[in-house]
Ligand binder design. Sequence first.
Ligand SMILES: Nc1ncnc2c1ncn2[C@@H]1O[C@H](COP(=O)(O)OP(=O)(O)OP(=O)(O)O)[C@@H](O)[C@H]1O
Length: 226
Amino acid sequence: MIRFENVGLRYGTGPEVLRDISFTLPPGSFHFMTGASGAGKSSLLKLMYLALRPSRGLVTLFGKDMARVKRTDLPALRRQIGVVFQDFALLDHLSALDNVALPLRMGGARESDVVEHCTEILRWVGLGNHLNSLPSTLSGGQQQRVAIARAVINRPRLLLADEPTGNVDDGIGMRLLYLFEELHKLGTTVVIASHNEALIRRFEHPRLMLENGRLHVLPAHASRWA
Ligand SMILES: Nc1ncnc2c1ncn2[C@@H]1O[C@H](COP(=O)(O)OP(=O)(O)OP(=O)(O)O)[C@@H](O)[C@H]1O
């Protein structure tokens, strides 16, 4: 699904913030990503989402060498990836439901199915009373949940989430992680960056641990105590 070989990343002429990153994420796997603030979690997720190109090394996604993929082919690849980044990137003029509906409508789904599925998922993330609310009228945690609903609505092949439980209490955080678990059971490859050790330890998944720009992959049993 994703393969990195000796990947390095620097911003401009600065020092390398990621160094010699090599790992393979098999299809259908679930990994947490951890590391201190500034360790490079968001940067690594952006490399996986093809929002950044590596300064060196090889990134393979869905079996394709990303250095050979044309810029015009990127949107089609990205449509197979659900992302929750820290800025949420919701469209301000659209209601919560219409934001979540975007990937389904772009894929040509029937309108009656769109409304039914979007209502169901927004209820699941606790926003059943905010279907028609504009993002600017929602709290940070509520906007984050809209972004999560939008990322998972069309069952992407790959789900990347940066601190998806950062703005919610532990009860809702658990609910969101169960949502990711469900998606994983349906075959989606999942990568969740998080600082929330208490939540991570409740789930038995391997861990991508970033430290000083380098990556260590910890198996599930070791990752619970890392
Ligand atoms: N656009 C940028 N330009 C220059 N340096 C950057 C840029 N984005 C990130 N960095 C640097 O890259 C390093 C890794 O940042 P990144 O945001 O990936 O870390 P992080 O682990 O996600 O941090 P946090 O947990 O605080 O979100 C940091 O030293 C940061 O200053």
